[in-house]
Design a protein around this ligand. Structure first.
Ligand code: NAD
Ligand code: UFG
Length: 353
């Protein structure tokens, strides 16, 4: 049996792009096994596999093993580890809507923390001790200095239960690594993932009205929404709108591949957080202008009050990613906007139809 990578949440946005990137590599030696409960990904009624994975199989000519299970279902996870020779896990599965987490904190702690603990326990039972974790720059809270490097304090002033689940999971995995030298955990702290696979066949397909900037802009462009509300015009930034470090999802996916490669280095052990961003911040209004330039569409927009919990500016120090992973983002903001537009214009209703 070839070695496998278990990808939790692999039918979702970042997970599907990472699966595609792994399978597209000429030197890929892994089978890909995905577990996803489909709570935020689409599968059509007559199909066994989610649409994103079906399209990746079509694009790559590979077979993806798929299990429609919740990561809190210990028996189901055990069966997956019994059925496949799992070498390492990339753990994307989580609830991720910041606003919803304020309304439903228990659901978020249950899904994200209990889910992660169950996964870690089952991994340990099966002697699998290599994990790449999807963390977030939200663990830094309100930036005390910029750019944010991995030495910046975490856990202070995090504005949502969602953000705290990411912080708590990091702490849990840190403790686990301290207790047992066999564990290797790389916690990738994403800044703002945007964009889509260059083919236009897979992309971000949020349920309902998008919370995040880029899916909102692209749905305005395609006519599903009428105008963008720019949350805040009075931040201490060049044009008054909020500044973020947007990173192309394909660059992010490459970062996961590099993290898996780091597991092969016998000197690497323990818990290691690593930022994945570009190191450059763009404002909301700059992103609107970039999208207009890349798509040729006008994006009607209006500046309104700030959104609760938002910070003015963040962007990453990415030197550790370069040092440890030999990784750096190569795609520009125009690439991000062009690929978002290709996906959205060719799939105006996302994966449905
Ligand atoms: P997503 O919602 O598109 O993907 C998550 C997938 O996990 C979905 O397909 C969902 O159905 C599945 N899932 C959720 N709970 C599950 C459970 N209990 N059991 C099994 N499957 C479950 O989200 P994404 O944008 O791809 O994010 C992936 C990861 O990256 C998440 O952990 C998220 O917190 C983290 N992250 C995302 C961003 C971002 O802006 N997209 C930023 C920082 C960190
Ligand atoms: N924005 C708007 N209008 C919108 C949506 C967003 O002006 O309709 C602005 C926001 O105010 C912010 C910027 O666009 O200035 C980016 O907002 P997003 O919601 O796209 O992203 P956030 O930076 O707020 O959130 C991201 C991740 C979260 C993570 C958070 C940590 O999506 O998972 O970073 O900072 F928790």
């Amino acid at each position: 049996m070839p070695p496998s990578i278990l990808v939790t949440g692999g039918a979702g946005y970042v997970g599907s792009h990472t699966v595609a990137t792994l399978l597209e590599r000429d030197d890929n030696r892994y089978d890909i096994v995905v577990v996803d409960n489909l709570s935020n990904s689409y599968r059509s009624e007559n199909e066994k596999k989610p649409e994103a994975l079906r399209r990746i199989e079509d694009m790559t000519g590979s077979t993806i093993h798929f299990y429609a299970n919740d990561i809190r279902d210990r028996a189901a996870l055990n069966r997956i580890f019994e059925n496949h020779e799992i070498e390492c896990v990339i753990h994307f599965a989580a609830l991720k809507a910041v606003g919803e987490s304020v309304e439903k904190p228990l659901e978020y702690y249950q899904a994200n923390i209990t889910g992660t603990c169950t996964l870690l326990e089952v991994m340990r039972e099966h002697g699998v001790t290599q994990l790449v974790y999807s963390s977030s720059c939200t663990v830094y809270g309100e930036p005390q200095k910029l750019p944010l490097d991995e030495g910046h304090p975490t856990g202070q002033g995090i504005s949502s239960p969602y953000g705290r689940t990411k912080y708590f999971c990091e702490e849990i995995m840190k403790d686990l690594c301290a207790s047992d030298q066999n564990w290797k955990v790389i916690s990738l702290r994403y800044f703002n993932p945007v964009g889509a696979h260059g083919s236009g066949r897979i992309g971000e397909d949020p349920y309902g009205i998008p919370n995040n900037l880029m899916p909102f802009i692209s749905q305005v462009a395609v006519g599903r929404l009428s105008e963008l509300l720019v949350f805040g015009g009075d931040y201490p930034t060049a044009d008054g709108s909020g500044v973020r470090d947007y990173i192309h999802v394909q660059d992010l996916a490459d970062g996961h591949v590099r993290a898996i490669q780091l597991f092969q280095d016998p000197r690497f052990v323990g818990f290691q957080p690593i930022n994945l961003g570009t190191g450059t911040g763009y404002s909301v209004l700059q992103m609107v202008a970039a999208f207009e330039a890349a798509s040729g569409c006008k994006i009607p927009h209006r500046v309104v009050g700030r959104r609760a919990g938002d910070i003015a500016t963040n962007y990453a120090d990415v030197s550790l990613a370069r040092q440890l992973l030999g990784w750096g983002a190569s795609r520009t903001v125009i690439d991000m906007c062009r690929d978002t537009w290709k996906w959205q214009s060719e799939n105006p209703n996302g994966y449905k139809n």
